[in-house]
Structure formats: C-alpha cells, structure tokens
Design a binder for this molecule. Structure first.
Ligand SMILES: Cc1ncc(COP(=O)(O)O)c(C=O)c1O
Length: 391
C-alpha cells in the first residue's frame, strides 16, 4: 500500500479545490452556475502590464531561469509601491522577496521557521492556508478567537494570560478575510507590541488593503522593519492578477534570507515577462485603484441586497473583496449553501470553512459583474418563493 505521507494526514484537500469540481460538473451538465464563491478578480489587469508581458514573450532572450530573489527592478518597484502607498521604507536589496503569490509565502515562512511541535496562533475564522501550512511543517495550530462583538480583532489580554512559551508564529490578516474587518493603526500597533513582548514572529497577510478601503495600511508602518514582524502582499486582488501569481514578502533581511532558503529549494524563479508586467502594475497611479473600487462599490450594493434576500445581517463598513453576512439562528448553513447551488444555481461560500467562529455566516464574493449579481439575486428570490410554498 502506498499511502499519503503522515504530514498530510490531518490536512484536507482545499475546500475550493473540490467544491469547484462540483460546480464544474453542474455546468457540464448544462446548468449555468453563478459563482460568488471564490475571490478571483474577473476584471482586466492594467493594460501596461499586459503589454509588458506580451513584449517580453516576443523577445528571443529572457526565457531562461530567473534569479530566485526576483530582478532588482521588480524589488525596486515593490519598494517604491510601499513608499508611495504605505509610507514604509524597504531596502529593495535585502528587505523584499518577490513570490509567486502570497499563498506560497505562507508555506515558505512555515517551513523556514517551524520545528516539530512549535505552536502557531491562527485566526478563527481565517484563511485556511495558515493552519494547513502549519500542520504540514510539523507545527501545532492554536486557534485564537475572532468575534463579531470585538470587531473581529483578537483579545490580546486573554492571549497574554495564556502560556505562550511554545508559540513561535502568529498569523494576522487585516483587512480580514472572510469578515472584511479593518484594524486601526492602534490595533496593529498593539499586535506588534504583543509579538515583541512574547518573542513571536507576527506574520501579517495583507492582500486586501486596496479593495474598498480608503487608506491602505501596512503593519510595517507601525515601527518599521523589525525582527518580530513580516508582511505578505500580493497583486492578485489589487491589480486583478490572481492567475499571474505575483506576490511579495517584506521584512527584516534575516527573515528574507531564511525564507529564501525554503523557497529557492522549491521553485526556480518567476518568468521575466511576469516580473516586467508586475513592475508596470506597481507603477499604477491612485486612479487605477479608484476605478477598480468604483466597480466593486457598485457590485457591493447587489451583494447587500442578496444578503437581505437571505435574511442575513452584515456590516456596511466591511472592506475587501467579499461581503460577510450572518444568517438567522435557525438556518443550517451547509444545507442552505447546497440548496442555493443545486436549486438556485448560485454558489456562495459557507463561513464554516474558515473555522468554527464562521459557522453562522456566509461569504459573497464581489468577483462577478453586476448582471450576474442581478441574476443571482433574482434566482435567490425565486428560490425563496418556492421554499415558502413548500413549507
Ligand atoms: C487572506 C488571504 N491571503 C492570501 C491569499 C492568497 O493570495 P495570492 O493569490 O497572493 O496567493 C488569499 C487568497 O484568496 C487570501 O484570501
């Protein structure tokens, strides 16, 4: 018997990996499912980025393996982006590491730092990759609670009272996915203090700061680059480039070197054309983000109506690429999501995939145009009418 390695024994296939297969099967059977599940931007990347990629692909040179650390020009572009939009100074030579998306960074950080049995503070609810990467690296997941009544911010006093001696890493993510909660500068500052006091490496995952958010914040703006803080960022959402796989890690040179050890033993650099395209994307002025957000704001009004139709409550202060709604107490969320998929032809993400504190919630993605959202709304209203008739 050839079995999967023990390290994957308590890690499941990623939810969307199997659920989207189900959606594809329904579509193949003639249904046209409206996918409001995953946060994969459907709008075009900046034109300059597309042109840079095409131009690079036409060249005879530049098709070989690339530098594991990315080109100096790309690192400089990331550093300029941080200076312009977050007022953070990063040395492009030592404090920036381009990545193929920020998701791989979660794995590389975990592999670079966790020894067997090291504990990791992981948000509940939160992005599932933090727990999966921890377990695969041999670490132990210690969930910390985020609750609506506390603005989805961790209770640091409660954490502080616990025995944290085995905790080596802590994952935080603001604007928070899936809840859309923001953290103020003061809250980010408390997180940094907490990490310093407990000698924990605080890893801030920051892919949503430009979406429906007036003022993007970096945790590195609290005290600058330091031994206790790392930040992941990404062009997936901010520049509609999720499939291009471009992200970055920013932080202390020691951490960048350590993560590079993990990374350079896995991949062999990012295609030069994608790096050149990313440089163009990072040069976009404020208007790029404003235009993008005008579209998302329009979509969000439909998403709110959709949640109203499902009798959900939600905060209109949320930021990021999703709207997170609380279902009525008597609703079985898993059943609702399956009924919406199979009967109404609308795919929405159940909150429980993000942890037990998401049990009562659903998440609606804004990565569908207003026509699709309008149709989804009509389908849901019709579905509700049939349900009422049947009961
Ligand atoms: C919180 C969070 N972090 C990281 C990622 C991964 O982004 P990337 O495309 O940069 O790998 C996602 C993607 O949905 C996310 O929601």
């Amino acid at each position: 018997m050839i079995n999967i390695a023990n390290r994957y024994g308590n890690v499941q296939e990623y939810y969307f990996s199997h659920k989207l297969r189900e959606v594809a099967q329904l579509n193949a059977a003639g249904r046209s499912i409206i996918n409001l599940g995953i946060g994969s931007p459907d709008m075009a990347p900046p034109q300059e980025a597309v042109e840079a990629l095409c131009a690079a692909a036409q060249q005879d040179s530049g098709h070989g393996y690339q530098n594991y650390k990315g080109t100096p020009a790309l690192r400089q572009a990331f550093s300029d982006w941080y200076a312009n939009f977050y007022a953070v100074t990063l040395d492009p030579e030592t404090e920036v590491l381009p990545l193929m998306g920020s998701k791989e960074g979660i794995t590389y950080i975990s592999n670079a730092y966790l020894n067997e049995g090291d504990e990791v503070l992981v948000p509940n609810p939160g992005y599932p990759a933090y727990a999966a990467a921890t377990r695969v690296a041999g670490g132990v997941v210690r969930h910390y609670d985020l609750r609506e009544e506390s603005g989805w911010l961790p209770d640091l006093e409660d954490l502080h009272r616990q025995d944290l001696r085995k905790v080596k890493l802590m994952w935080v993510n603001y604007p928070h996915m899936p809840t859309g909660a923001k953290a103020s500068k003061a809250a980010l500052s408390q997180l940094v203090d907490f990490a310093e006091r407990n000698d924990i490496l605080l890893c801030h995952d920051n892919p949503y700061s430009f979406i429906l958010n007036d003022k993007p914040e970096s945790i590195l703006s609290v005290k600058g680059v330091s031994e206790h803080v790392l930040e992941l960022n990404s062009l997936s959402k901010s520049h509609n480039m999720a499939g291009w796989r471009v992200g970055m890690l920013a932080g202390h040179s020691k951490h960048i070197s350590n993560v590079l050890i993990a990374k350079s033993n896995v991949d062999s650099g990012m295609f030069l054309g994608i790096q050149q395209a990313a440089i163009e994307a990072l040069k976009q002025p404020q208007e790029w983000y404003d235009k993008l957000n005008a579209r998302y704001a329009e979509r969000r009004t439909f998403a709110w109506q959709l949640l109203d139709a499902l009798d959900c409550t939600y905060s209109t202060e949320q930021v990021g690429l999703f709207v997170w709604g609380r279902t009525r107490g008597d609703v079985a969320v898993g059943q609702l999501v399956d009924e919406l998929l199979y009967e109404a032809g609308v795919f929405i993400t159940p909150g429980f995939i993000f942890g037990s504190n998401g049990d009562r919630y659903i998440r609606v993605s804004l990565c569908a145009d207003t026509d699709q959202l309008q149709t989804a709304l009509e389908r849901i209203k019709a579905f509700k009418k049939t349900k009422i008739k049947l009961t």
